[in-house]
Design a protein around this ligand. Structure first.
Ligand code: SAH
Length: 249
């Protein structure tokens, strides 16, 4: 199960934290590290802080965007030290890890996303996530060191994986592709299709978008959309756009 989890670090500025995160992961049996535009990487400082987990740094995937980091994931969780403007489904680490375990048992892949040391994740990045995770720290001093936050989550994932190993008596059956949850990249394409359609039918004014797309992302994100359902939604949008275009011309 543990190889289905990826840890995504966005725009990390201190290479020492990348090394620290690699070490935290390796102690808990995690191996997939994805770095979105790290400021300094590779680095001797990262290697030193990884102390023995340099293999994770060598195999780390370095990408240019969060979208690239999330390709193929059915479940994306974003970590945040503070509350944001539009409240999102929010879980504590233990409950979040259980969700992650359930997703991988259905054959899915999961990403846990961590933000910048100075500013965390942007609202836009957090809206790419199905669920937010807050480590219930002291509200007067809420922000953990990045690698420490990775350690807390990696530990909870390990506990879930160990207990799944103990209970694994059920035969593994091939999942039905129609009922598989869609991946983050498929969901992203859907949101773009939806946004375009809402502009076409003049429900969304691109000059004054307000928080419409954020609210719709939250709504659809809650629905655990399966592949067949996604095809239906995309079909509805395609037909809607056709008719909208006809009525304009
Ligand atoms: N100053 C930033 C804190 C960033 S800490 C802010 O106000 O958002 C760097 C990263 O560590 C965060 O983006 C998050 O991924 C993780 N992190 C730190 N404290 C956390 C907490 N209490 N709960 C969840 N994630 C946390």
């Amino acid at each position: 199960m543990l190889h289905k989890f990826r840890i995504v670090l966005v725009n990390t500025s201190h290479p020492g934290n990348i090394g620290g995160a690699a070490r935290a992961m390796k102690t808990m049996g995690l191996s997939r590290l994805v770095l979105v535009q790290p400021e300094i990487f590779p680095s001797e400082i990262a290697d030193a802080r990884a102390s023995g987990a340099t293999d994770l740094l060598q195999s780390a995937q370095v990408v240019n965007s969060l979208d690239e980091a999330l390709v193929g994931c059915q479940l994306v969780l974003g970590t945040s030290a503070r509350e944001r403007h539009i409240p999102w489904p929010l879980l504590e680490p233990r409950a979040a890890a259980e969700r992650c375990g359930a997703c991988t048992q259905q054959g899915g892949e999961v990403a846990l996303v961590f933000g910048r040391e100075h500013a965390g994740l942007t609202n836009e990045e957090l809206q790419r996530c199905h669920i937010h995770i807050h480590i219930p720290s002291d509200p007067n001093f809420a922000s953990l060191n990045l690698a420490a936050a990775v350690q807390v989550l990696a530990y909870e994932l390990r506990l879930v994986a160990l207990s799944a190993e103990k209970d694994s008596v059920a035969p593994v059956h091939t999942p039905d592709p129609d009922t598989q949850p869609v991946t983050a990249d498929e969901l992203e394409q859907f949101y773009q299709h939806l946004e375009q359609t809402l502009i076409d039918i003049r429900f969304l004014d691109p000059e004054r978008p307000r928080h419409l797309m954020a609210r719709l992302r939250r709504l659809y994100g809650r629905a655990d959309i399966e592949r067949l359902e996604m095809n239906i939604l995309r079909g509805i949008l395609t037909e809607t756009r056709k008719i909208a275009r006809q009525s304009i011309t």
